[in-house]
Design a protein around this ligand. Structure first.
Ligand code: NAP
Length: 323
């Protein structure tokens, strides 16, 4: 089979397409013929081996997982003899970031717990756009641990892979959503369901005198003190991403703010989870959420796809088509 191989840490230019042996499933695994895959920030960490602490997991000197790629959609081609939930021919999707990666290839073996049946109303490309970004958004909103219906929710950075899902999931849970995006993404934010949009190129976050019950920080950085000023008395910030400095501030001072006052500041770490893939499938099939694809690349073009994604301005998801 053809696969993208990462033999050393570095930029997209280190990636090569090669012919390698098609893997065989272990008893608890399925062999998936990959139809599409997608890129997330975790792929960049695996590609570059940065931050250095990631090498403890991904390999000290060179990548332990030579075929990158986390999100897949595809068709089950073979099943191990202990697999119970999937049959040959099933259409599936999943996040392989906790189970050996390997999505940027024509075939991949995956533990059955890493995948779920694909949403029936999505193409393979659309389905591959969902797993990590969609589940991150879902888990971040659920971390709040309460019903957000009727609550005022701010999505800081609502135009990328995670942000477009966070906006739609918050809306599907009945929240009043304000999306923070740049000028070119304003129309799309309204189309995805935002009640209000702040164009960060033209307005300041606090120029509306509006308070929020929940702030989901996805892209774009604001300090804890800026967020505290626009939170309601019992308001919560969940920090998914944006910048390293804000991540460190949230990890260091978030617990202090949360313990000493009513406002809560939470860091967040996504965990690949089969049940959440099933939940995303239900939201998608109910017509409440849909993936938003920015660009499509072929397997051979994975390095170009990485270069584009790393620029940090994709509008929705960057997908790899493997017909
Ligand atoms: N904690 C976790 O477990 C976890 C899981 C997944 C992702 N993440 C993190 O979440 C973040 C988002 O990931 P992603 O895959 O969604 O990224 P992405 O798709 O690359 O996000 C790109 C989008 O962000 C927008 N953007 C850039 N600067 C902005 C700003 N200052 N304010 C508002 N929007 C801005 C860009 O549009 P414009 O340039 O036009 O504004 C673009 O549409 C990353 O930092 C990633 O590391 C964390």
């Amino acid at each position: 089979m053809k696969a993208i191989i990462s033999s050393k840490y570095g930029g997209p230019e280190t990636l090569e397409i090669q012919e390698v042996a098609t893997p065989e499933p272990k008893p608890d695994e399925v062999l998936v013929k990959v139809c599409a895959a997608s890129i997330n920030f975790g792929n960049i960490v695996l590609l570059r081996g940065k931050p250095a602490v990631a090498r403890l997991v991904y390999g000290l000197r060179k990548p332990k997982y030579p075929i990158p790629g986390g999100d897949i959609s595809g068709i089950v081609e073979a099943v191990g003899n202990k697999v119970t939930a999937f049959n040959i021919g099933d259409e599936v999707y999943g996040d392989l970031s906790s189970s050996g990666w390997g999505a940027f290839a024509e075939y991949v073996t995956v533990p059955e717990k890493a995948i779920a049946h694909k949403p029936s109303n999505l193409s393979f490309e659309e389905a591959a756009a969902v797993p990590m970004a969609g589940v991150s958004a879902l888990q971040a909103i659920r971390k709040v641990g309460k019903d957000i219906a009727g609550h005022k929710v701010l999505i800081q950075g609502a135009s990328g892979g995670v942000g477009t899902f966070a906006l739609q999931i918050a809306k599907s849970y009945g929240a009043e959503v304000t999306a923070v995006v740049s000028t070119r993404n304003v129309t799309n934010a309204y189309e995805l369901g935002a009640d209000h949009v702040i164009d960060y190129k033209k307005e300041k976050l606090n120029s509306h005198a509006q308070l929020y019950d929940l702030i989901i920080g996805v892209n774009g950085s604001h300090s804890i003190s800026t967020y505290k000023h626009i939170l309601t008395t019992n308001g919560i910030v969940v920090y998914i991403g944006g910048s390293n400095s804000q991540l460190y501030e949230t990890m260091l001072f978030g617990p202090l703010v949360s313990i000493t006052g009513k406002k809560k500041i939470y860091p967040f770490m996504q965990q690949a989870n089969q049940q959440d893939l099933v939940l995303m499938k239900e939201l998608i099939e109910a017509g409440k959420v849909r993936p938003f694809i920015d660009r499509r690349y072929s397997l051979r073009e994975v390095p170009e796809a990485f270069t584009y994604f790393e620029e940090g301005h994709s509008q929705g998801k960057v997908v790899i088509s493997i017909p």
